[in-house]
Design a protein around this ligand. Structure first.
Ligand code: ACO
Length: 362
């Protein structure tokens, strides 16, 4: 292939047994299992096990209490740097030198620590860790996560977060998963792969949209008229957050699942969100009849996380917790290929020329 594929769109770089969105059919399956059959029915640690191991055993070890090493005031920064530090702290071997079983166990430990770091960082600077005696070791992964964050979590919030984690656990070859695979392909350790993926996810083009959905919902609540708001936004040439998708040409299946979760949980903003969605879909269909502009995951994720009282600046880190599952599965799959990822670029710079003298150098 000699043509440049900007953004690698359409380039098939890997084979995977894990998942790939069904773009036309509006479905997402993890190793063949539809997410709608998992969300709200199977706890996140088993979904991690399904993605990484292919079975339904709880995939994650009991998490280890370990104080977060960095407290910068920014959860993402704390988690990314905390994960990077695990390699020397735990003496992790590079993936190149581990067995598959060791690599898998490293990924499980690193994932458990990522959730612990998010919980600890979310408590805020100066608030001590929740005593371990308060954490129910027999509880689910999300129960332990929420306890470490809040002390005594509301069980309905635990359900909402578990549902969100499962629905966002994996989504094929997105930017952060690709990053995790590239780092794994160099033979680096599991913590290096996952911390690099956290960095890739931090950009607004990947991990940062649901908070903007909430801002729109708040504005509709102020105006009291979803239809008028939608028209105002579109007439102003702006986009409606939570609609459209680069991959799906049908409804994002995760939106469907999270809409069900929001309804079942009785999310307080369910009705205003539904009115917004209805007005937006009608207006978008009328204005763009040739293009399917349906609801995407960010829309209903915002409502479910809002129900769980997750503050908007935390949304990306919640996404990080969820996606540790997909990243881990892909890192392990990449290790099995044993192939370094090393694409090419077409050189378009100046032709051969003599070096210019630079002040201070002879
Ligand atoms: N609101 C209004 N118009 C839209 C929207 C929207 N949400 N999405 C696309 N359009 C319009 C565009 O203005 C464009 O119209 P034009 O042809 O007249 O210029 C047309 O539809 C095609 O838009 P593209 O940007 O080419 O569509 P693409 O598929 O590349 O974009 C994207 C996908 C970026 C998600 C886009 O739909 C968008 O900006 N949505 C709003 C932000 C959002 O919800 N992001 C979260 C996505 S989900 C996720 O990333 C996990």
């Amino acid at each position: 292939m000699s043509e440049v594929q900007h953004g690698l769109e359409g380039v098939i770089a890997f084979e995977t047994h894990i998942a790939e969105p069904d773009k036309e059919g509006s479905a997402l399956r993890y190793r063949g299992v539809d997410i709608d059959d998992l969300v709200g029915r199977v706890p996140f640690e088993k979904v991690w096990g399904l993605l990484v191991d292919g079975g339904f055993e709880p995939g994650l070890p009991p998490d280890e209490p370990y104080p977060i090493p960095v407290h910068s005031g920014d959860v993402r920064v704390d988690v990314q740097s905390g994960l990077a530090m695990l390699a020397p702290v735990w003496g992790l071997n590079p993936l190149l030198d581990t067995t598959e079983e060791d690599a898998r166990n490293q990924l499980a430990r690193v994932t458990a620590m990522a959730l612990s770091f998010v919980a600890q960082s979310a408590r805020g600077i100066g608030r001590p860790m929740v005593p371990e005696s308060q954490v129910d070791k027999a509880g689910t992964m999300v129960e332990r996560f929420m306890t470490r964050w809040r002390g005594e979590p509301d069980p309905r919030h635990v359900k909402a977060v578990d549902a969100y984690f499962t629905s966002a656990a994996e989504h094929g070859m997105n930017a952060s998963t690709f990053t995790a695979r590239v780092v794994a392909s160099t033979g680096a350790d599991a913590a290096a792969s996952l911390s690099a993926a956290v960095g890739a996810m931090s950009g607004p083009l990947h991990g940062g949209a649901p908070s903007r959905v909430l801002a729109m919902i708040e504005e509709i609540e102020r105006m009291g008229d979803a239809r008028a708001y939608v028209k105002r936004v579109l007439d102003g040439g702006e986009r409606l957050m939570g609609f459209g998708h680069r991959v799906y040409r049908a409804e994002d299946p995760r939106a469907r699942t999270l809409r069900r979760v929001a309804r079942e949980l009785g999310a307080p903003r369910y009705e205003v969100a539904e009115a917004f969605e209805k007005a937006a879909l009608e207006e978008l269909a009328a204005r763009k009849p040739d293009r399917v502009l349906a609801t995407n995951v960010e829309f209903w994720a915002a409502i479910v996380l809002d129900f769980a009282e997750v503050p908007a600046p935390m949304f990306t880190s919640m996404f990080t917790c969820a996606r540790t599952a997909g990243w881990s599965a892909h890192v392990l799959e990449q290790k099995k290929t044993g192939r370094l990822v090393r694409p090419s670029a077409v050189y378009t710079g100046p032709g051969g020329r003599a070096p210019e003298s630079v002040d201070g150098w002879n």
